[in-house]
Design a protein around this ligand. Structure first.
Ligand SMILES: Nc1nc2c(c(=O)[nH]1)N[C@H]1C(S)=C(S)[C@@H](COP(=O)(O)OP(=O)(O)OC[C@H]3O[C@@H](n4cnc5c(=O)[nH]c(N)nc54)[C@H](O)[C@@H]3O)O[C@H]1N2
Ligand SMILES: Nc1nc2c(c(=O)[nH]1)N[C@H]1C(S)=C(S)[C@@H](COP(=O)(O)OP(=O)(O)OC[C@H]3O[C@@H](n4cnc5c(=O)[nH]c(N)nc54)[C@H](O)[C@@H]3O)O[C@H]1N2
Ligand code: SF4
Ligand SMILES: [Mo]
Length: 697
């Protein structure tokens, strides 16, 4: 029996798993014992990685829709030619930007980079990823505050903190192995800020039951209290930050007395929380989607950064304003997808970076894309308006996951040509494709993923592909060939080639990976088998492999100082009103369910303890008032003018005027409106004004 170590390509923790293989079949999957991230632990999703493609429509050959609307198998060569012909025809007729792509944080870095080369550099089309639904807010916050999208922490920090504060984050469900690391820290005080008593709030020392989107007011009030009491690190502020005086003035108006209306948190509790932060020697703040998915997400994330900086809780063990990522390769997509910035970072217009990147790729500067992509929401709007006619969707299921998802359906119905590249032909999105391109799961491919703490780890092929099967890398490469890229693909023949190019692009950037090699990431059982965090420059050696950034107090801004960014508190553009009096919140439902449940439907039924149908949590008082019983199917209508049905689960984890629904059912996003953060364009998924209707039939 052969044992092969590989990284789990589902969530952003990046656990390593040992796959035991006999006669080209996986006989056992077990978490790697000595891997630095998971130390022999994993969750049910990782343990079932071998089951992918055991449920759902799996095809070996591309499917093309004929005039009668039926999908027929075609040969790969025909599919590549057809892709090139149809997309080029559309571009010739309606302009270059009448075609777009939407991709993912769940393919390898090399695949993303190649896609960026084919689509952004050669086709000159806009293209965005599902990271817009997820991490865009953190990206913008980091860039504005730190000068680069560089999260400061290493996961070990959570073991070293004495005070751990989760804001809009539910790691018990969303990051179970990370939560295991939290639990290793027996001494820390754990505080959870969340409008509902999440699984993490239940396990914490204190649950701050904030009103939805009261976070910015709470954070500004805490800052004011800390400043007024002189509980701040003046020396750090002076040496390493800019904009503090303006920030100090700005937060003066946020007092514990007047913030109650917006936060629902009493004066005493706010003062106590400020005192806890002050008394902590190593305070870490961890935020996730309860912050990012908001009409004021960027500003809220920056208010967290400000709080950490002003109390000196950054760049030291056990501290940090730390954004937890979600998908296995969100960090790869942020630095290397060629969508919102050049490979390795930097604006598309920056002449110095253009030269460095074109030299690294061995191409003329004119080959590089000239501007950042239009964001996801604009791609969807342009498709609805008929300006985008061709769309290539890769490794994401937006008909289910995009905000206001019936609008996405409208967008794809309006297209001339929809191509979907996925493991399954029957996802909510694939089923609408004119051309479906089947790719193989990660157990049959190779490449690098970058986890939440900037750690590169390698996906290794566990079993061989069957005849006729292709990886995403090969599919994208062949599309490039069919489009006529010719020698522009010479340096991109294999994932390893792509990785070497990206290394060169990263040289001298904060995410410098010039010292990383496939061999270092593969050398299992040896010194370097533990993944490598960026930056890792040529000739760097791994001495401490749990590294944080900003230990020297230098940031990536021109002044090398971290910026206090501040803005006014804003109102939800679609707030509750008399007609839509309740707030519908949404997020993860269970450890075993992943997003649109396509990847997790193949988990064996005996482990599936979660409901099959869409459901909402409703407070017993509200259920009583509306005379609704447990398991009754109700209709929820949103301010977005759409309705969907849910089973009711009565639970006092939600407040009387709130509801909570998991995202793993397509009904949820039929209710979410097209409201975005103004800076990151991330959908404000979490606070939807709704009304409740009894089902009449
Ligand atoms: N099992 C499982 N794990 C996953 C995923 C999955 O689908 N399934 N998805 C992965 C991905 S891509 C991501 S991005 C992460 C997401 O990880 P998390 O962000 O932890 O997950 P969510 O459940 O979306 O949201 C977290 C919490 O935000 C709270 N919240 C809502 N509104 C507010 C608010 O206004 N203020 C505050 N403070 N909190 C609020 C919600 O009540 C919820 O408990 O999970 C990753 N892990
Ligand atoms: N209301 C609400 N909506 C949300 C959220 C929320 O909190 N509330 N969270 C948002 C967040 S944070 C995220 S990240 C998104 C996620 O939303 P999606 O990205 O749409 O969800 P997934 O189910 O992960 O879709 C991944 C798809 O990729 C396919 N796939 C898996 N592996 C491969 C591969 O190797 N190659 C290819 N080509 N395909 C593959 C799977 O079969 C699946 O169809 O949802 C967002 N939607
Ligand atoms: S916690 Fe995340 S990385 Fe680890 S096994 Fe589960 S899904 Fe995979
Ligand atoms: Mo996400």
């Amino acid at each position: 029996m052969n044992k092969i170590q590989s990284v789990c390509n589902i969530c952003s923790i990046g656990c390593n798993m040992d796959f035991y293989v006999e006669d080209n079949k996986i006989v056992k999957v077990a978490p790697t014992k000595d891997y630095i991230v998971n130390h022999g632990l994993s969750c049910i999703k990782g343990l079932n990685l071998d089951k992918q493609q055991t449920k759902g429509e799996v095809v070996k050959k591309p499917l093309l829709r004929d005039e009668n609307g039926n999908r027929q198998e075609i040969e790969w060569e025909e599919a590549f030619e057809l892709f090139a012909k149809r997309m080029t025809e559309i571009q010739d007729k309606y302009g270059k930007e009448s075609v777009a792509f939407i991709s993912s944080g769940q393919i390898t870095t090399e695949e993303m980079a190649l896609l960026g080369h084919v689509a952004r550099n050669f086709m000159k089309i806009p293209g965005d990823g599902n990271t817009r639904q997820c991490m865009a807010t953190s990206v913008v916050a980091h860039k504005q505050s730190f000068g680069y999208d560089a999260p400061p922490y290493t996961i070990k920090d959570v073991e070293l903190s004495d005070t751990i504060i989760f804001i809009g984050s539910n790691p018990v469900i969303s990051h179970p192995v990370f939560w295991g690391r939290v639990r290793k820290n027996k001494d820390a005080k754990i505080i959870v800020i969340d409008p509902r008593e999440s699984e993490t709030a239940k396990s914490a020392d204190e649950w701050i039951d904030i009103k939805p989107k009261g976070d910015l007011t709470l954070l500004y009030t805490l800052a004011n209290v800390l400043i007024e009491n002189n509980w701040i690190d003046k020396d750090y502020i002076e040496k390493h930050s800019e904009g503090f005086e303006e920030f100090k003035e700005h937060v003066k108006k946020f007092t514990p007395e007047n913030s109650f209306e917006k936060t629902g948190i009493s004066k005493e509790r706010i003062l106590n929380l400020a005192k806890t932060i002050h008394e902590g020697k190593r305070v870490s703040f961890w935020w996730t989607m309860g912050v990012n998915q908001s009409y004021e997400g960027v500003t809220t994330a920056q208010a967290i950064i400000n709080l950490a900086v002003m109390t000196g809780n950054i760049g030291r063990p056990g501290t940090g304003p730390n954004s937890l990522t979600g998908q296995s390769n969100a960090m790869g997509s942020r630095a290397f997808s060629n969508t919102t910035g050049l490979y390795g970072g930097g604006e598309f217009q920056d002449p110095i970076r253009r030269k460095a990147v074109s030299d690294a790729l061995g191409v003329d500067e004119s080959v590089l894309a000239t501007k950042a992509t239009i964001p996801y929401n604009v791609i969807v709007e342009k498709a609805i308006a008929g300006e985008i006619k061709g769309l290539w969707v890769i490794c994401t299921n937006p008909r289910h996951s995009w905000a206001n998802n019936s609008k996405f359906k409208k967008a794809i119905e309006n297209l001339d040509f929809l191509v979907v590249e996925d493991l399954y032909a029957d996802t909510d999105t694939s089923q609408f494709s004119d051309l479906f391109l089947p790719s193989v799961p990660a157990i049959k491919k190779e490449g690098v993923l970058i986890n939440m703490e900037r750690r590169l780890s390698k996906v290794n092929p566990i079993i061989p592909k069957e005849e006729g099967e292709l990886t995403d890398y090969e599919i994208i490469f062949n599309i490039g060939k069919a489009l006529g890229m010719g020698d522009l693909l010479d340096n991109w023949k294999t994932p390893r080639d792509a990785f070497e190019l990206l290394k060169k692009c990263s040289k001298g950037m904060p995410c410098d990976i010039t010292g990383v090699t496939y061999e270092l990431l593969e050398n299992h059982g040896e010194e370097h088998c533990i993944g490598i965090q960026w930056p890792f420059r040529e000739n760097d050696v791994v001495h401490d492999n749990e590294r944080r950034l900003y230990e020297d107090g230098n940031y990536y801004t021109p002044s090398k100082k971290v910026k206090f960014v501040l803005r006014d508190v804003s109102e939800n553009p679609l707030a509750t009103n008399e007609e839509f009096p309740y707030i519908l919140n949404s997020g993860r439902g269970s450890i075993g369910q992943w997003h649109t449940d396509i990847r997790t439907r193949s988990i064996p039924d005996k482990f599936k303890k979660w409901p099959k149908e869409s459901y909402v949590y409703m407070n017993p008082k509200l259920a009583n008032k509306l005379e609704i019983n447990e398991n009754e199917r109700i209709v929820i209508e949103s301010i977005n003018n759409s309705k969907a049905e849910f089973n009711v689960k009565i639970s006092d984890t939600v407040k009387e005027e709130h509801l909570y629904t998991p995202i793993h059912y397509i009904e949820t996003n039929s209710l979410t409106p097209s409201v975005y953060d103004p800076f990151s364009k991330e959908p404000s998924y979490k606070t939807v004004a709704v009304k409740i209707l009894k089902k009449t039939s």
